[in-house]
Design a protein. Structure first.
Length: 346
């Protein structure tokens, strides 16, 4: 059972002022942890612990920088003389700067090498983008947000789970950028649909809506669970599709379908990435650092499905996810990576 998110006034009056103190305490704790590592780790080839501590401190600093930046922008642009365009642009630039810094630290500490294949048409498209991304590994959501803000030159508009509102920086920044936090379960279906429609219709040519249709990070256990679910629900065709695509989960079409239906100007963009595949847990991260291979990102603008009917969108998504699975498999073979282990729940 998830912990309820405090009301807005509680978050602003109590949580936000305490957040820098909590982040400072966490950074101090990591710094104290790093002291013995400075002595012990240089004798070890990979220096894993020290690398990860440095990256974690960079993440904390980015979170704090976003929070302080949001406070500063509120002082510079008080509500009674606020230009909405400048307000959005400066918050997008704030996110871009902080994510760029984290990626630069990741390059120096864990060997992150980012290789991108992004056609110029992505930045030139005069319509809002619907960014549909593969979801696997640690930090891929931040990577996609970085590409949207830094490379696409768009404002990231994200659909997020409510528990992320516990993070003061994410709460302030993403709300100001017009992201959509899923409502509490007590909100009825009609009201949920109304809010989602309003969100879709608010998108403009400066925006990129980010969705992860798989609904969660790929893992062998989740892949196995999806096979079992298809079997229990008497859907052998879906079960076979899952088995034939070992590197992806089944994309869920409902959110994509509703966005395409409510925002007819949306241009779909598919993002496939490879290189973070084996960083889905703390144990995997530990074994992967420093990264042995680059992180490859392929971005493609694709045609909208022929209609916004749910079944049509479902088949359309599976076709693109089949291509992602095939591309990821080819690239993994090229770098000598072993295929994913058999998907089992035990």
């Amino acid at each position: 059972m998830s912990v309820p998110v405090p009301p807005l006034v509680v978050r602003r009056v109590l949580r936000d002022p305490l957040w820098p103190v909590l982040l400072g305490a966490l950074a101090l704790l990591l710094g104290l942890l790093a002291l013995p590592l400075l002595v012990l780790e240089p004798w070890r080839r990979r220096n894993r612990a020290l690398r990860l501590v440095r990256l974690a401190v960079a993440g904390i600093a980015a979170d704090l920088g976003i929070l302080l930046g949001c406070w500063w922008l509120w002082l510079r642009h008080p509500p009674w003389r606020r230009d909405p365009v400048a307000w959005r642009e400066q918050h997008t630039a704030l996110l871009d700067r902080r994510l760029t810094t984290v990626l630069q630290v990741a390059e120096r500490t864990v060997g992150l090498q980012l290789r991108t294949d992004i056609p110029p048409v992505v930045a030139r498209t005069p319509h809002p983008l619907l960014v549909l991304s593969r979801h696997i590994g640690s930090g891929d959501s931040l990577l996609v947000a970085y590409l949207v803000a830094h490379t696409f030159g768009r404002t990231p508009r994200v659909m997020l789970k409510r528990f992320l509102l516990w993070d003061a920086a994410a709460d302030l920044l993403l709300n100001r950028l017009g992201s959509y936090f899923l409502p509490p379960r007590r909100v009825n279906v009609a009201e949920r649909d109304r809010r989602l429609e309003a969100f879709a219709r608010s998108l403009d040519a400066h925006d990129a809506l980010i969705l992860f249709p798989e609904g969660g990070n790929w893992s062998p256990r989740r892949h196995a669970a999806s096979i079992e679910w298809a079997e229990q629900n008497g859907n052998p065709a879906l079960q076979e599709w899952i088995r034939d695509h070992p590197r992806v989960l089944v994309p869920r079409a409902k959110g994509t379908q509703q966005m395409l239906e409510d925002s007819p100007d949306l241009v779909p963009v598919i993002i496939a990435h490879h290189g973070l595949d084996r960083t889905g847990s703390l144990g995997q991260i530990w074994r992967a650092v420093p990264l042995a291979h680059p992180v490859d990102v392929v971005v493609r603008v694709v045609d909208r499905p022929r209609s916004s009917d749910l079944e049509v969108v479902d088949l359309w998504l599976r076709e693109h996810w089949s291509q992602i699975d095939r591309w990821a498999g080819e690239l993994a073979t090229a770098v000598g990576e072993q295929p994913p282990p058999p998907s089992r729940l035990d």
